[in-house]
Design a protein. Structure first.
Length: 128
């Protein structure tokens, strides 16, 4: 249906040429990354709803997962386009800024100390 084919052979030979024309290796890799990181299946979403016991937190978790997946796929596609074709545009600037922001979030100093402020407030012992 997506490629306008009404009849397809059992081996799907007609689809593969259309699919190969639609996806470059970079777009296919970005698409696979998005699908790897995006929100899980409906059964997992139901488990999230049951565990969080809140519809708003469930939708927030699903939105976060989809947004994060899109951001990573966007960064990979934009930087891949920069390295493979040399095209530099507004999207590349946003991708570099997003990559810097994610790197900062990953490498910043923990402001809660070694075990976190929560454990020190509750006087919870941690056996390490």
């Amino acid at each position: 249906m997506l490629f306008g084919l009404s009849e397809v052979a059992e081996d799907g030979a007609e689809i593969w040429s259309n699919l190969a024309a639609s996806f470059t290796p970079l777009t296919a890799y970005s698409f696979m990354l998005f699908n790897l990181l995006c929100a899980p299946c409906f059964a997992a979403m139901g488990a999230i709803k049951r565990e969080m016991n809140s519809a708003s937190w469930t939708w927030a978790a699903i939105g976060y997962l989809c947004g994060y997946a899109y951001l990573i796929a966007f960064i990979v596609y934009q930087l891949g386009t920069l390295f493979t074709t040399g095209q530099f545009g507004v999207g590349t600037v946003f991708a570099i800024a997003a990559l810097c922001w994610l790197t900062y979030l990953l490498l910043r100093k923990n402001k809660y100390g070694e075990y976190g402020e929560y454990l020190h407030e509750r006087k919870v012992s941690v056996n390490v």
